[in-house]
Ligand binder design. Structure first.
Ligand SMILES: Cc1ncc(COP(=O)(O)O)c(C=O)c1O
Length: 380
């Protein structure tokens, strides 16, 4: 079966050369817009593309405002600061996520708490969240505290794993019940919709990543999505050194950050946004091909959750156990097809070992079985 899969992927990508997991594709106005930046010398903090990219992303996602920054990790950090996360608070996220989610929580001085994921979404489980809060949280004057540690539980960050939306409505309900701010880590889910609404627009703030391996890229880049315009304005202010606008004076009213995305990266983003629909179409076709391949197999293909449209950022197969997972990883990587296991659970890392968790039953299950297959756009 392993050979059959590898041969299938080579036929799908029409090559005998090495097939990466997800490489970017530049087939539109990328060179034209980059040349324009270079010719005009506006490659850095001034230029028209930053505003344009923010407008394009807000219009596509349906967010009221979008604010670009240097990457998804600092977008998460700013989001946490904006909802008021402070040192020694607790912030809940899923154990099965990319390290950036947990790192961003740590940058604020807060303590991450790792909760289990759903079998149907691979993202934070509202049932597990509700259970953990039921056992550990108390509300005092509308503020949620951990009854065991005494710390404030300020925010929760579900992540849309590999582009598959989490059960947002239920998560929103649980967070509301416990007065916890919801931030969506939508780094992987540009082009994914939950009940026809774009991921990243349900929580108080959502974030996107435009790293080179994502559905579209700006080289490196991130974005904050807002429904609240004044919060977006504050984000823009904070990410641009908190400078008070003035023709020549240098005056600043906060400790700000130099997180502004350069115009040259935003130019790439504008050109890539023009390709997004085409890219998503291709990715869906690839996912359908994989789904057919694994239809009657002992290897499962992970499909988009109910009521959701996934971007199928990275396609997922579920091997029967860890031994088979490792054997397939070895075979495919030795035969020119890049495949990857899912991330190790956050609570396995030395810096997060002491963090609170629940039983993480589904997280452990996925950790042993998931393999990502090549999912980059195929030019038709
Ligand atoms: C789930 C998740 N969160 C956050 C990030 C951080 O994004 P960036 O690499 O742009 O900092 C990434 C990806 O790279 C991610 O996959």
């Amino acid at each position: 079966m392993y050979k059959e899969i590898v041969d299938f992927i080579k036929r799908l990508y029409k090559t005998e050369s090495f097939i990466p997991l997800h490489s970017p594709l530049f087939i539109g106005n990328e060179k034209k817009y980059l040349e324009e930046c270079i010719d005009s010398t506006f490659v850095s903090s001034v230029g028209k593309y930053v505003d344009k990219f923010e407008e394009l992303a807000a219009s596509y996602t349906g967010a009221k405002k979008a604010v670009v920054c240097l990457n998804g990790t600092n977008a998460l950090y700013i989001a946490l600061k904006l909802v008021g996360v402070k040192e020694d608070d607790e912030v809940i996220t899923q154990a099965l996520t990319f390290i950036a989610t947990a790192n961003a929580i740590s940058y604020t001085g807060a303590h991450p708490v790792f909760i289990d994921v759903d079998k149907e979404t691979m993202g934070l489980s509202p049932d597990a969240l509700n259970k953990w809060l039921n056992e550990n949280a108390v509300l005092k004057n509308g503020i949620c505290y951990n009854s065991k540690t005494g710390r404030r539980i300020k925010a929760c960050i579900p992540m849309h794993t590999f582009g598959h939306p989490v059960r947002l409505e239920e998560l929103i309900g649980v967070c509301k019940k416990y007065s916890i701010e919801l931030i969506e880590d939508a780094a992987e889910s540009l082009g994914s919709f939950y009940k026809e609404k774009h991921t990243g627009t349900f929580g108080k703030i959502g974030i996107l990543s435009f790293n080179g391996n994502k559905t579209i890229t700006t080289g490196g880049g991130g974005m904050l999505l807002f429904n609240d315009e004044s919060m977006a304005q504050h984000a823009k202010h904070l990410t641009t050194q908190a400078k008070i606008p003035h023709a020549w004076e240098f005056s600043h009213d906060h400790i700000g950050y130099n997180y502004r995305m350069p115009n040259i990266n935003a130019a790439l983003g504008c050109a890539q946004m023009e390709q997004l629909d085409k890219f998503l179409k291709s990715k869906r076709l690839i996912a359908m091909e994989y789904e057919k391949l694994f239809k009657d197999s002992s290897i499962g293909f992970f499909k988009e959750p109910k009521d959701c449209e996934s971007n199928y950022w990275l396609n997922v197969i579920i091997l029967p156990n860890k031994v088979e997972r490792d054997a397939f990883l070895k075979y495919s990587n030795e035969n020119g097809v890049m495949t990857r296991p899912i991330w190790q659970l956050m609570n396995r890392m030395p810096m997060f070992k002491a963090c609170q968790t629940d039983e993480l039953v589904n997280s452990f299950w996925f950790e042993e079985r998931v393999v990502n297959l090549p999912s980059g756009v195929i030019q038709i």
